[in-house]
Structures are given as structure tokens and as C-alpha cells.
Design a binder for this molecule. Structure first.
Ligand code: SF4
Length: 352
């Protein structure tokens, strides 16, 4: 038996019963692949099920309001994935009459669909013999062949993709791809892989050399950059209801089209009095008197390459404010209905 036959046989016996494995519908496979990028399977499964209830097919996603899509995505992070998915759903409905392109090259012309997702959809749904490359595949292949080129370098990626393609079972490309990914998730794990239950241990170079912990080789990480955010949580009373100023993020920055609070970003660690000075100058508080009722401890929020250090300054204004620019006044009990970044959600959980 070949390596791919051992892998497929193992997969058929050991795969986890996940909902997207019951289908070859490209819409559902696409949805699962996008959700599962950077997300654990248990969490991703909940989102996948909720998305399919709200948007059972590509038409319903295409005609949805973007705010509704972002709200449903809330908590998953990497919100550009949701925006791209919404954009692509519209394109598939309008330009392709609801039918996905059937090749990886065709799929890659769509926004948000890169090499990995294109290969996954093309192989699983349309039997195109093209190997996927994700973190699990990179780990398995780099150990199997003891590849010493960093797996995150262009050369390393090409090397691993070529090897995965050479192993691929062209009769069952989708099953082969899922088998390698599943082996990486369940057996050939980053730490303490279960080599004694591995179906391809007989061919593993890293195991043979007793050097499993040396693979995959990675480029040394750069230290993260920091952003210092001073959030202004400005509230006021109007007709016995409390309102809070919320800002819709419109620029080409993180969390586009989601809501947070007005913010003063500073180069160095936050300085509450400086932030308040700038807040007063900005006109956000009108000409009304105000009190600072609370300044939070620093919240740390990790993005892929940046670390956000945020402080929340609660300001109560004695007067009815008129919001300016991209700021809007939202009744306090309605804030949770807006699409919110996880950082804001965390703060609100402690505040409300
Ligand atoms: Fe991974 Fe161990 Fe299998 Fe090699 S033998 S592929 S290191 S699980």
C-alpha cells in the first residue's frame, strides 16, 4: 500500500464526525473553511451551524445586510474574512448565477479565497487533484520528509506543496487532503505527536532520525508591535434613558465597519489627562460639564501581528450630546446588538 492509501484508510476509520464532512456543497465547504481559519473546531462548529441557519444558501448570504453578517461573525476575529465572504457571495450570485467556479484557479479569482481555500473546495467538491497546504499539512509533510527549509518561507511552502501533490491520491483528492489535515490535527500534533498510532510512521524521516521536535522548521518570529488605545466611553441621559457614544470604524484599519468607542491613540503608554484634553478639544463633549467616573486597567488584546493595549475612560456628560463625524449615540441596552470587536465585547461584559 502507498502512503496515501494508508492515510485514507486511517482517515475513514478515525475521522471526527463534523457537519461539513456530510456534504460536498461548495457553499457549505467554503463557509466551513473560512470559519475554521484561525479558529478551533469546537468554536467553529457553533458558528458554522449558526451561519447555516441564518444563511442556508449563497443567495441568502448575498442578500444579507453586512451588519447582520458581521454581527453573526462577532467573536471570531479577523473580520475581513466575513466582509470578503459577503462580497464574494454577491459576486457568485450576480456573476456566476449562484454556481461556484469548479477549479482552484477559478476560485482564486474571488475575493478572500486564497490557495488553501481554493484547493480545499476544488478537491473536496469537484475532485480536482490539487493538494491543500495549511499548518497541519505543513507539519505532517515537513516531518515525513524532514524538510529543513522554513515552512513559512516561499521556498518551504513550494517544497511542501510539491511533495503533497506528489503524494496525492488523484482518484480521491478531497479525501486525501482531509486525511492529511486530520492526521495533523489528531496524531501529528505540534507537541508530543502520537507516533505510535501514526499510519505513516514507517515512512517518517523525522521519526527515523529521532528529531521530531526539530520539525517543522520556522522563521524566527519578529516581536509584536504595540498600539496604545485610550477609549472614551462617553455617556449621557436623554428622556431617562442612558446613551453611549459609539464609533463606526470606516477607515482601512482593523475592524472595518464594526463599532467601538471614540478613541485617542497615543504613541506611548496611555496618559489619561492627555487623552481627556484631546477629547475636550475634539468637541465630542459639547460644552457640557462632565465627570470621569472610572478609568479601567489596561486590557491586552492580541491581533495577528500587533498587540493592542487599551484603557477605557468612562465619562458621564451632564447634557444631551449631538454626535459628530462617524460617532453615533446608542441606547445603552442596544449596544450589544451592534457588531463589536472582541476587545469591546470584553470591556462591555465588565461594564454593563
Ligand atoms: Fe508525525 Fe510521528 Fe507520524 Fe512522523 S510518525 S508523521 S512525526 S505522527
Amino acid at each position: 500500500m502507498s502512503i496515501s492509501e494508508f492515510l485514507i484508510e486511517w482517515y475513514q476509520k478515525n475521522k471526527r464526525p463534523l457537519p461539513w464532512r456530510e456534504t460536498r456543497d461548495p457553499y457549505k465547504i467554503w463557509l466551513s473553511e473560512v470559519i475554521l481559519q484561525q479558529t478551533r473546531v469546537a468554536q467553529g462548529t457553533d458558528y458554522y451551524n449558526r451561519f447555516l441557519i441564518a444563511f442556508p444558501d449563497i443567495q441568502s448570504l448575498a442578500t444579507a445586510d453586512e451588519q447582520e453578517v458581521l454581527k453573526l461573525w462577532q467573536g471570531l476575529g479577523y473580520y475581513s474574512r466575513a466582509r470578503n465572504m459577503h462580497h464574494t457571495a454577491k459576486e457568485i450570485v450576480e456573476k456566476y448565477r449562484c454556481a461556484f467556479p469548479e477549479t482552484a484557479d477559478g476560485l482564486k479569482t474571488l475575493k478572500g479565497i486564497g490557495d488553501y481555500t481554493a484547493a480545499a473546495i476544488a478537491s473536496i467538491c469537484f475532485d480536482e487533484p490539487v493538494a491543500v497546504l495549511d499548518g497541519n499539512v505543513a507539519r505532517v509533510i515537513s516531518r515525513l520528509y524532514a524538510i529543513d527549509t522554513p515552512v513559512d518561507s516561499n521556498e518551504g511552502k513550494k517544497n511542501i506543496t510539491d511533495l503533497a501533490n506528489s503524494l496525492l491520491d488523484t482518484n480521491y483528492p478531497g479525501t486525501f487532503n482531509q486525511a492529511v489535515m486530520e492526521l495533523g490535527a489528531l496524531v501529528c500534533t505540534p507537541k508530543s505527536p502520537a507516533c505510535n498510532t501514526c499510519p505513516v510512521a514507517f515512512a517518517c524521516q523525522a521519526l527515523k532520525r529521532n528529531q521530531i521536535e526539530c520539525f517543522p522548521v520556522k522563521t524566527p518570529k519578529k516581536s509584536p508591535t504595540y498600539r496604545h488605545l485610550n477609549y472614551l466611553v462617553i455617556s449621557f441621559m436623554k428622556e431617562k434613558e442612558e446613551f453611549v457614544l459609539m464609533r463606526k470604524r470606516t477607515g482601512n484599519d482593523i475592524w472595518k465597519n464594526m463599532y467601538d468607542f471614540p478613541c485617542i491613540e497615543t504613541e506611548n503608554a496611555s496618559d489619561t489627562s492627555e487623552a481627556l484634553n484631546q477629547c475636550v478639544k475634539s468637541g465630542l463633549l459639547g460644552k457640557f460639564p462632565f465627570v470621569v467616573s472610572h478609568v479601567s486597567d489596561e486590557y491586552i488584546h492580541q491581533l495577528s501581528h500587533r498587540r493592542l493595549l487599551a484603557k477605557f475612560i468612562r465619562i458621564k456628560v451632564k447634557g444631551v450630546l449631538t454626535p459628530i463625524d462617524d460617532v453615533t449615540a446608542v441606547r445603552k441596552d442596544q449596544i450589544a446588538e451592534l457588531p463589536l470587536p472582541r476587545l469591546i465585547d470584553r470591556y462591555l461584559a465588565s461594564m454593563l
